[in-house]
Design a binder for this molecule. Sequence first.
Ligand SMILES: Nc1ncnc2c1ncn2[C@@H]1O[C@H](COP(=O)(O)OP(=O)(O)OP(=O)(O)O)[C@@H](O)[C@H]1O
Ligand SMILES: [Mg+2]
Length: 369
Amino acid sequence: MLKSFASEHHFTNKFQNQSDDYKRQYMRLVQVNALFFPLTMMLVGLSVIITIYFGGKQVIAGTFSFGNIAEYVIYVNMLTWPVASLGWVTSIIQRASASQERINHFLEETPENRIGIDSFDFDKAIEFKNVSFSYDNTTVLSNLDFTIEKGQTIGIIGTTGSGKSTLASLLMRLYSPNEGTISIDGNNVNDLSLPAYRSLFGYVPQDIFLFSESIRDNILFGSETEKTESDIESITKLTDVWDDIQGFTNKLDTVLGERGITLSGGQKQRVAIARALIRDPEILILDDSLSAVDTHTERSIKQNLKAFGKNKTVVLISHRVSTVEDADFILVLDEGRIVEQGAPSQLLVQNGLFSEMVKTQNAQNQPVS
Ligand SMILES: Nc1ncnc2c1ncn2[C@@H]1O[C@H](COP(=O)(O)OP(=O)(O)OP(=O)(O)O)[C@@H](O)[C@H]1O
Ligand SMILES: [Mg+2]
């Protein structure tokens, strides 16, 4: 980013200023420390001298014995360390309170309620009833009503910022709706055990994160059961990334990210889909996960997905019509509302937002002559 925006100079200055500021403040701390410790030692020495001076006078006057002075000096020495450490501990407490503030952020976080019904079925459908959701104060989704039947392929399409990814998060229970209910075969999902519920899903988020580990480890990341080489091979073939992987010197053991090679956007997406599929999920959610592959590859992956699971439920999120056109059922979102829903053929004849999107996107795809 620095190089491409040619902002090396600006950020060097910024860094320089902050470092200077840090240095100034730290030097002040060092100065106080440098003053504090010799001062305490001097005061200790001074108190011994004072004791001996006044004690000596008393001894000369005959009201005090030598032993009394020695006793006093020992007492003063015994007090030195506790008093000095009082100052020292105070400064440590001040520094610790800054760190404690950050630790408190974690401690005050309320954990998700993970406990609930462990055994439940998904044989029929997931139902959204009048679901609304807002982050902070802005309403992002309002009054969603729809049903995802088991085994269907659902397309969710809509303009950017219309709430598609938020809808996927609600479905995965990464957030809970503010109003309305989501139920699976009649059970409110909030009553179900979170790990058990989430194990139904294979999720490919819009912002894919691959670890700086081997491709193999990345694919096996969410998989709890042992997988063989041929499992990995068939899954990566299914997501059309096997040939790409064969092209790398270390094949599946190729390390990604900071410590290794960088995958192209489309390769990343296909590795992430393989990661979701190898769990053999009941419900697969692809959030814009085919956006970086060409339409030809997209079509072949979707064909493979169909063959992969006859009875699997697939949720395809996209703003590209080509991704959702052969879904069984399409939801069209606009500004957090469902403006149309139905089979693609139905929507096409409705002359609504969907058919408009089909027209404009088809026009864009015409070769320029
Ligand atoms: N964590 C968050 N906190 C606050 N607001 C958010 C958060 N995530 C998303 N939003 C807001 O919610 C709205 C919907 O976002 P969302 O990511 O669901 O849209 P989207 O339909 O997936 O868009 P895109 O097609 O660009 O991926 C946006 O206005 C966005 O700014
Ligand atoms: Mg999104």
